[in-house]
Design a protein around this ligand. Structure first.
Ligand SMILES: [Zn+2]
Length: 1015
């Protein structure tokens, strides 16, 4: 949580408040160097046994080049940087601005990302001016690891049952302005005249300049004013958001004065600033694809590596030298091949060669930056040093100059000392009555016929190396032989589900092109074969078992795509019963709703992980299916769960097919193990995400992709050095989709500070929230939900009280004083507290809660941010010709004007809210009806009309969808309509029907808690 190397991305709404025109100009000095260790707040850091750690070795851990590492340069950059430069509206935190910002003089462009640089012979190359330490630091700081590592997760459609179920919920929405029990007396109101526009909107990254809050202008009760004490030179403490798994720009502080990093007077940033940027694909995590347009057949490979490239000019050919500033595409970083000798590692701690390793003795040895061990340089790797002590080939080698790169692994890194076979995909389709009746099976089979042409492939490969297989099932399993030599597919039925085996090996997993005719024939026949089925019962565990056994028999890793409709009640291992019981909510037994019903699923998951078998589960339930249990295997194998409640082809096919296409096409890795190494004084103590761990250090992922994030919690338990900072290295060993064994390495250098004030100046609220949400969502498995909520509140209060006590200048107790960087902590925390998992409303089912719980577990920071605090975009306030994304407003009913139209999205849900007094022309332009009353409530598709407004709104919807990993189905909500209740659930600053506090109430509550801690 102390990483701040990224540009502040999206402010969900940087809406300038009326009274404060200078908003965008606010100074922003916050990037001040010191990134500090996490504050050791109590209950979080459970002891974690035995993280492998070498004994402290004193200092000696110097960065590769002579210069001082982050901390020192950092201070140089403490100067004010106009905030606007950081593009407060930049969700994607993407390439263009980031890359430009870090471009240093003398750097060269680099070319195609796959240049096999590492295989170059280590000949002496002419070398340019020795890189400065800042270059290296900047380079490293721009890397992908941060407190959260790896990729990010998805989300899916509407998390609720059929909208109609809400109809029964009645009652008016309480006015958000009231805050009952908190006396106004303690408020020390700050008047509008002082120029503070009311409680600052929770901008996600733009720490607002205002250092005090005033009550909402609406005239609600006054709040205690919150004064963010401005310490000398404080300004903003850095971006409050990081998107850890997004490649980010190096922290400005890493640049010495005089580099091109724009200083206070620098030129405006390259576009993205100030406004929400154009609709650009969200760069996704370190593994996988750029989030672009939803995959479709027109442009089958949206994941094309575009990351490191500047938009516009064509990529130059690979130059001889690496550009130290360039960030390689996460989808395809540089691959280094050291031949038979394999990657170079420290003998003691096994860290991989990286830019921080220091070469000594004329280049014959190197000292490990993690454990200080002195290692010999193998003869074939020897290179001379320049006068600064740097290897002259440093910029020819990714592992000596880049933050992220890959090594080709040798056979030693392979299971059973054998190179892996290409992976396989197995499609396992429920053909019970429900699946047939809803049209799912027909739709799916039809889709697969074309989708199979778009299996992930590596690099420029002509066809995918992935083999495919097919199984259908209800309470028995049907395997299909689709060998290319057959005229027709053959079916083999296995009814002994208690002891699953795979009845055929040859012909089960096949190459799509070779067996195309047979596969097509099979997919044509499946819907017909089961058209008249009366079978309603299904099995589940035996299905996964069968897929895993098939992979085992084929000696490969792979992924199972499971399409499942109902609670598996048929007699078989993993049989479940309906145990949904809403009466358990708010009792000590509530946790059982989140726990799996039987241990069979975890046991199965363990076997799957051992085989490198990842499960993606698509659920189509009409009623309770026990998501908590069914999602155990996907969760532990690095897979995804998608849920389409009450699936109907006509309403849900677009969402399902979009998700399916993306899921099948995305770049995936298999059979992965991740380990994080650190320098002395800091260690990884906890991990969150979709994976399995059999010990305390190795994160095992049967599969992984760009939609999953692994969050790593670090603890510092020894002295950290402000001079040398802290170093992290994340190494991920995996099998690529072409069956190549590789190691992806990410390195990161962090600054350290000794002053608490520096710590608070550099913390990242969004990252904290991401972590706290995951911590809490895991907590509900073992503790009563209320206890989890209370813990969150206490921890948050402790963080803020500690600041007040140690960093803030004295002021009256009636003032709520928050650090600049944490001003939004209360509003976001409140959103977590009142989320469906921690405080469910009446309309939220047990399955919904379990589903959301596991989704959040692998979300990245950007995703949790928008998930907990949705974006509310006014559509008719800006000029129609404006091409920028509208600026979001605060998610409160107060912000809705009945003459306007708004879009609301949170990564899973998408609403179009129409005010009752919207101009008739607008209604006509968007809906092609003549009046508000004629608009169909619940509409999910806008008519395609040829006018500017319609095009703009539909374009915006498309771009919002493209930014998310799951397709968001649109729901049109009319003001005063019964569906509005569902919509209002997402107005998170208001009091919720489930009893969640309004922002104002919660702020007062936090204030009280803080005062209690201080007194
Ligand atoms: Zn070492």
């Amino acid at each position: 949580m102390n990483v701040n190397q990224s540009i502040p991305p999206v402010p969900p709404f940087g809406q300038p408040q009326p009274v404060y025109p200078g908003y965008h100009q606010s100074s922003y000095s916050g990037q001040s160097g010191s990134t500090a260790p996490a504050i050791p707040y109590g209950a979080y850091n459970g002891p974690v046994p035995g993280y492998q750690q070498t004994p402290p070795q004193g200092i000696s851990r110097a960065p590769p080049s002579s210069g001082a590492p982050p901390a020192s340069t950092a201070q140089a950059a403490c100067g004010q940087v106009a905030y606007g430069q950081f593009g407060q509206g930049d969700v994607q935190n993407g390439p263009s601005s980031a890359v430009q910002m870090q471009r240093l003089p003398g750097s060269q462009p680099f070319g195609s990302t796959l240049a096999p640089v590492g295989s170059q012979p280590a000949v002496l190359q002419p070398y340019g001016p020795p890189p400065t330490s800042a270059q290296v630091t900047a380079q490293l700081a721009g890397m992908q690891i941060s407190s959260a590592v790896v990729p990010a997760p998805p989300s899916s459609g509407l998390g609720y049952g059929p909208p109609t179920s809400l109809a029964s919920a009645s009652g008016s929405f309480p006015n958000s302005g009231l805050y009952g029990s908190y006396p106004q007396g303690q408020a020390s109101p700050v008047s509008q005249a002082q120029g503070h526009p009311g409680i600052q909107t929770p901008q996600r990254s733009a720490p607002s300049q205002a250092s005090s809050f005033t009550p909402p202008a609406s005239g609600g009760p006054r709040l205690p004013s919150m004064t963010g004490p401005l310490l000398p030179g404080q300004g903003f403490g850095g971006p409050s958001v990081s998107q850890p798994n997004h490649v980010s720009s190096p922290p400005p502080q890493a640049l010495p004065p005089g580099t091109q990093m724009t200083g206070p007077l620098g030129p405006p940033p390259p576009m993205h600033s100030l406004q929400q940027p154009g609709y650009q694909p969200q760069q996704n995590g370190s593994f996988g694809s750029a989030r672009g347009p939803q995959p479709n057949y027109g442009s089958p490979y949206p994941a094309a590596p575009t990351f490191g490239s500047q938009p516009g000019p064509p990529q130059p050919l690979p130059p001889k030298r690496l550009d130290p500033d360039a960030i390689p595409s996460p989808a395809s970083p540089y691959v280094v091949d050291h031949g038979e000798s394999g990657p170079l590692r420290c003998n003691r701690c096994k860290a991989y060669m990286c830019p921080f390793m220091q070469f000594i003795e004329g280049g014959r040895r190197f000292q490990c930056c993690f454990c200080s061990c002195i290692n010999d340089v193998p003869p074939q790797y020897f290179q001379h040093l320049d006068h600064t002590g740097k290897r002259v080939d440093a910029y020819d080698r990714p592992e000596l100059s880049l933050g992220s790169y890959e090594f080709l692994a040798t056979v030693d890194y392979c299971k059973n000392n054998k190179f892996p076979s290409p992976p396989a995909f197995i499609f396992m389709i429920d053909v019970s009555y429900n699946a047939i009746r809803t049209g799912l099976v027909r739709l799916l089979c039809e889709e697969l016929k074309s989708l199979l042409d778009f299996l992930p492939r590596e690099g420029g490969a002509e066809e995918s190396a992935i083999r495919v297989g097919f199984v259908t099932y209800n309470k028995v399993l049907h395997f299909y032989n689709v060998k290319s030599s057959l005229a027709q597919p053959q079916m083999m039925v296995v009814s002994d589900v208690a002891d699953m085996f795979v009845p055929l090996l040859d012909g089960f997993l096949v190459n799509v092109n070779e067996s195309r005719a047979v596969i097509t024939s099979l997919l044509d026949q499946i819907p017909e074969m089961f058209a008249d089925t009366r079978e309603t019962e299904t099995v589940f565990v035996p299905v996964i078992q069968a897929g895993m056994e098939a992979l085992k028999a084929a000696e490969c890793a792979g992924k199972l795509f499971l399409f499942h409709t109902s609670l598996p009640i048929a007699e078989a291992p993993g049989k479940l019963k309906n145990r949904d019981d809403r009466k358990l909510i708010n009792t000590d037994k509530e946790k059982t709703l989140f726990q799996p019903q039987t241990g069979a699923y975890q046991t199965l998951a363990k076997e799957c992980v051992a085989q490198g078998c990842c499960i993606d589960l698509f659920l189509f339930p009409n009623q309770y299916v026990d998501v908590a249990t069914l999602s155990v295997v996907p969760q532990l194998t690095g897979g995804s769960v998608y849920k389409y409640a009450c699936f109907q082809v006509e309403n849900d096919q677009e969402r399902f097919l979009s998700d399916l296409r993306r899921d099948v096409q995305k770049v995936v890795g298999f059979d992965a193990v991740m380990r994080v190494r650190t320098s002395t004084g800091i260690r990884a103590v906890d991990f969150f995400g979709a994976f399995y761990m059999s010990n305390t250090t190795d994160v095992e992922l049967a599969g992984l992709d760009g939609d999953k994030t692994v969050t790593v919690e670090f603890k510092h338990d020894d002295r950290l050095n402000e001079e040398s900072g802290a170093l992290l290295q994340c190494a991920l060993l995996y099998t690529s989709c072409a069956g190549q064994r590789r190691l992806r390495i990410h390195n990161l250098a962090l600054n350290c500070c000794t002053q608490l004030a520096d710590l608070y100046r550099n913390c990242e609220t969004d990252t904290l929230i991401n972590y706290m949400a995951k911590f809490a969502y895991r907590g509900v498995l073992n503790s009563p939900v209320k206890a989890v909520r209370d813990t969150l509140i206490t921890q948050c209060a402790q963080i803020l009280a500690c600041y007040r006590k140690n960093c803030a200048s004295p002021s009256s107790a009636g003032q709520l004083i928050l650090p600049e960087c944490m001003k939004l902590l209360p509003v976001y925390l409140n959103c977590v507290l009142k989320s469906d998992v921690l405080q469910p409303g009446a309309e939220v089912t047990t399955d919904d809660r379990a589903y959301v719980r596991q989704l959040v577990t692998s979300m990245d920071v950007a995703e949790t941010n928008v998930f907990f605090y949705p974006r509310l975009l006014p559509l008719t306030k800006s000029p129609i010709e404006s091409t920028t994304e509208p600026t979001a407003v605060r998610a409160s009913e107060e912000r809705l004007s009945n003459g306007d139209i708004y879009l609301l999205e949170n990564g899973l849900n998408l609403f179009l809210w129409v005010g009752a007094s919207v101009q008739q022309g607008v209604v006509q332009s968007l809906f092609s009806v003549s009046s508000f009353s004629q608009i169909t409530s619940g509409l999910s598709v806008l008519p395609v009309l040829d006018n500017p407004l319609s095009k703009k709104v539909r374009g915006l919807i498309d771009s919002l969808r493209a930014q998310r990993s799951r397709y968001m189905k649109l729901i049109v909500v009319k003001q005063e309509d019964k569906l509005e209740m569902l919509f209002k659930h997402f107005l998170v600053e208001d009091k919720s029907l489930s009893g969640g506090a309004s922002y104002v109430d919660f702020l007062c509550h936090m204030h009280k808690e803080i005062r209690q801690l201080l007194s």
